[in-house]
Design a protein around this ligand. Structure first.
Ligand code: IDP
Ligand code: MG
Length: 139
């Protein structure tokens, strides 16, 4: 069942470059309501668990290093058709392939350091949101 919620992280590169405000403005303008949000930093164990689906991929060690090197902004967002609409807003994984005006086109440096995460299904949105937030911190 569609939950109308998705989960996002503004990744360490986006935070380092001072893009939190600009990216949140894009998210807000696109009509997403913030259900939960925090500045946090993933441990190595956190990142290995969060990205476990990619653990056999050659880029996995770099991905864990990247995602743990500094703080991220984690958030749960709500909107009709949230998962799909947010993936459209952020653009393709590789910013070279991302559509004009998308967050990754504007702020991502490479396929590895691509500024922002977006859940790929309602099921994963629920799992990923629960990974970072307790129920009392969702509004
Ligand atoms: P997504 O973030 O667009 O859903 P996934 O394929 O789920 O893309 O990959 C998760 C993350 O792993 C990407 O956002 C990116 O940071 C990293 N990644 C994916 N593919 C590559 C690659 O080919 N080289 C380096 N990093 C990659
Ligand atoms: Mg993915």
């Amino acid at each position: 069942m569609a939950t109308n919620r998705t989960f996002t992280m503004l990744k360490p590169d986006a935070v380092e470059k001072g893009h939190i405000g600009a990216i949140l403005e894009k998210i807000n303008t696109a009509g997403f309501r913030i259900v939960a949000m925090k500045l946090t930093q993933m441990t190595t164990a956190d990142a290995q668990a969060f990205y476990a689906i990619h653990k056999e991929r050659p880029f996995f060690p770099d991905l864990v290093e990247y995602m743990t090197r500094g703080p991220i902004v984690a958030a749960i967002l709500e909107k009709d058709n949230a998962v799909e609409d947010f993936r459209t807003l952020i653009g393709a994984t590789n910013p070279a392939d991302a559509a004009e005006g998308t967050i990754r086109k504007l702020y991502a440096a490479s396929i590895g350091e691509n500024a922002v995460h977006g859940s790929d299904s309602d099921e994963n949105a629920a799992i990923e949101g629960a990974f970072h937030f307790a129920g009392r911190d969702m509004f």
